[in-house]
Design a protein around this ligand. Sequence first.
Ligand code: FAD
Length: 490
Amino acid sequence: MAKAIVIGAGIAGIASAIRLAVKGYQVDVFEANSKPGGKLGEIKMNGFRFDTGPSLFTMPQYIDELFILAGKNPKDYFDYIKLKEVCRYFYEDGLRLTAKSNIELFAQEIEEKTNSKAKEVHRFLEKSATIYEITHQVFLERTLHKLKSYLHWDTLKSIFRFLQIDPFRSQSKANEQFFKDERIAQLFNRYATYNGSDPYQAPATLNVIPHFEYHFGAFLPKNGIYGIVTALVKLAEELGVKFHYNQKAEEILFIDSSKTKIQGIKIYDKIYKAEVVVSNLDIWFTYKNLLKGIDAPKKLLSQERSSSALIFYWGMDGNYSDLGLHNILFAKDYKSEFNAIWKEKTICNDPTVYINITAKHIRGESPNDSENWFVMINVPANNGQNWDLLIKEARANIIKKISRILNRNIEKEIICEQILDPRSIESKTGSYQGSLYGNSSNNRFAAFLRHPNFSKKIDGLYFCGGSVHPGGGIPLALLSAKIIDDNLPS
Ligand code: FAD
């Protein structure tokens, strides 16, 4: 039986392990942490449970697909609900919007409460659908790094329609033109942050992202996001995959001195042999730490990283009926917020605050009459800023902002707290500079510049996860595993 090793038990590492096991490999996963999941982590404190990383779950079909591939019924392992309400939006001028998954209702609410018309929303979402139609097979579901991808008829059609993906103006410029009311442009600009980018720089192609939420839907796993990890690890183990925790890979080894064929990996001077090695590490650390003596792709690795996050996990005494599962409290001056993050590499005084409360839907997430708040702001990747000071200031500003908008003093209702910042994101999940999604997509060619999912020079070496093609976020990380699967030797 051929052997495969996966380094890292992030979501893409686990998905790769499942796919390799289904293909008949004997698979071992080596994970540096004591638990699987990587950025999909969980913490429990004082009777509260929190997902530590992702909170928004889209494209659940990519998870279901793994169970189906293994001949299992996904519902026996993992269940989720489709949300009727996508997000609640709060503006400093008092405007409140509830984005329903029913586009008619959402567009109607926008027409009733703002200067934008329902038809602007419909036109925008039609454009979003067109970008998806042109890009998904070519840029998301296939490798860009093999000639065979370009020989498909749909690829050629997409190339002819390239201008329709709106690559030459920024997302904010496009949205200013779609929407008469700048608050609605702001609402749709927010989607650039879904892959850690800046709407004032990133191409309008990123307007594809709302299509995932408004066409396919937003979902919530019934056991929280960490339930995805538990279910996939269970499936992998049933397929014979062996997980080894607290095992930090030190080096990828080669059979030959010219380093063209994989031999296996090294951990604490022990050698584990395999024909296939998949690295789920941030590509930056794969080259820096594991591929000794191999020339790193310098241009790719020196690109601007995506943004990071500052998160407060607060156990809150009380219930907050104004808030739903996903809530956004917008900065008054959105442009200044992004200037602070991207140009000044700091945090502004009035950041946009995201609050996620799974206790709104899942029982047992918090004690009675209390809620588990995941409170996040976007911040720059770690470049050695004085984080202790920035966190202290941001905490005070966030509390002031939420209290102002909800008209309730929330500070005294915080029962317990933990904090995650760019430094701890890097140390806990191995993400260079603590960035959430690998490289940023501020550059219009970023989609083409991500690292391939296999090595052209080293036989048996593959790469998966949010820092390589096709990109960050749970759905794309899962697609990276699928692309590896499609490109394994038959
Ligand atoms: P990672 O999660 O990066 O895991 C890599 C694993 O490799 C880790 O477990 C690490 O310990 C291990 N490792 C590192 N070095 C070694 C070594 N030498 N040996 C062995 N193991 C090693 N995505 C969404 O879709 N929706 C969201 O709402 C969302 N919000 C987010 C919020 C936050 C705060 C964060 C941090 C991320 C968010 N994301 C979101 C992004 C998403 O979490 C990531 O894109 C995705 O989880 C990346 O998965 P990955 O497979 O690349 O592995």
